[in-house]
Design a protein around this ligand. Structure first.
Ligand code: SF4
Length: 383
């Protein structure tokens, strides 16, 4: 695929082909109706959180004429597993996650924070910047694993302010020796924690640690349902090993954690014409709750790519913030060598960095149609 033939990468619609059952949708809408009635009875006005949740409910129930907010299918599944007592808090987060980037609103905290337990990866997937040796070489300075105490300081800043935490970014999180302790520390503090793993290092101990932590979503990255395609895409990976580890995890989940509300998902990158989504869905769908493909975003070696002609702002600068293993904050992981970093959490608090001059300047440049003046934004297709 040549760079010139690529369309923009719309983050808001990056997940392909997932359909929530109509019975699940109905159940969720009934709960939203009940929440709205409760908010009305409480006459909850003047409270910003309640007002935003009320708008979210009105949008979802078709009461607002021009709704800005709806639940995508994978989100409906997530809501369905929430306790009633968490629904208001969840909708407050999710409305801001979906609507604020579209409306170009930056709140005090980002709607989502991605924390990187490790930048190191044991795979070299063909579509990933781990193939860029100026990044993944041990001597590059970019490789490392997060210290547990640093992780705790990050979580302490985010608890009560952010709900969506992804433990994943540039590397494989299970590479980090402190990963089970990290999960234990964040357990019960957030409503939308997601871990992405290639499952190659998912042993029995880590499986228990993930299940005990009660995170909301565990994503296994796999782009094929058989060899040789699996290891042609996931270079250094073995389909047999990944399958064995996923099967063991699901057995442990069923046997030891029958009440677990965790969503399990296999997620692949839509990269090659040889991939067959129906075959993937059939094969992996027998094991996990959801099977999806995300659109390929050509980020490997972005710094060497030619500039493109995208002028639309990148929504991610209103949606996410990344914290690398060493405490460095970055606006995105397309810029995997942190050339646009506003600093580290040792310099300033996460909320200050999010609303500080560097991030705000980035947003202003995008709003003014000047992303071409920024590197690597000029070479990136993200909108
Ligand atoms: S490089 Fe720029 S345009 Fe691309 S995701 Fe990062 S901030 Fe957005």
């Amino acid at each position: 695929m040549s760079a010139s033939s690529l369309a923009v990468y719309d983050k808001a619609n990056s997940i392909m082909k997932l359909r929530a059952k109509s019975s699940t949708q109905k159940r969720v809408l009934e709960r939203v109706t009940a929440l709205r009635e409760r908010l009305i009875q409480q006459q909850a006005t003047g409270n910003r959180r309640s007002e935003i949740v009320r708008i979210a409910c009105d949008d979802l129930l078709g009461i607002n004429e021009n709704p800005k907010f709806w639940l995508r299918d994978h989100v409906i599944e997530e809501v369905d597993r929430l306790r009633d007592s968490d629904l208001e808090r969840y909708l407050y987060y999710r409305y801001r996650y979906d609507v604020y980037p579209a409306e170009r609103i930056a709140d005090d905290y980002p709607p989502c924070v991605q924390i990187e337990p490790a930048s190191i990866c044991n795979f070299r997937c063909v579509f990933c910047y781990q193939t860029d040796r100026t990044f993944s070489d041990k001597k590059s300075g970019h490789m490392g694993v997060m210290d547990l105490e640093l992780f705790k300081r990050i979580i302490d800043q985010l608890e009560g302010e952010v709900e969506a935490i992804s433990l994943a970014s540039r590397g494989e999180p299970l590479v980090s020796p402190g990963f089970p302790e990290m999960l234990n520390y964040l357990s019960g503090k957030f409503l939308a924690v997601k871990v992405n793993t290639n499952a190659s290092l998912l042993d029995e101990r880590k499986s228990h640690a993930i299940l005990e932590s009660n995170i909301q979503t565990l994503v296994f990255s796999a782009d094929a349902a058989k060899e040789p395609l699996y290891s042609q895409l996931r270079v250094n990976g073995s389909f047999e090993r990944t399958l064995r580890n996923v099967e063991r995890f699901m057995n442990i989940k069923e046997t030891h954690y029958p009440g677990s509300r965790m969503i399990t998902r296999v997620s692949g990158v839509a990269y090659s014409d040889e991939q067959d989504i129906d075959e993937m869905k059939h094969f992996w769908g027998q094991l996990v709750d959801q099977v999806i493909f995300v659109r390929y975003n050509p980020w490997e070696n972005v710094y060497e790519s030619p500039p493109n002609d995208v002028v639309q702002p990148c929504s991610d600068v209103w949606r996410r913030l990344f914290v690398w293993w060493d405490g460095r904050v970055n606006p995105c992981d397309v810029d995997y060598k942190s050339t646009m970093s506003p600093g580290t959490i040792e310099d300033r608090a996460i909320s200050e960095l999010w609303r500080g001059n560097v991030f705000e300047g980035l947003r202003q440049q995008h709003l003014a149609g000047r992303r071409q003046k920024l590197d690597p934004c000029a070479r990136c297709f993200f909108i």
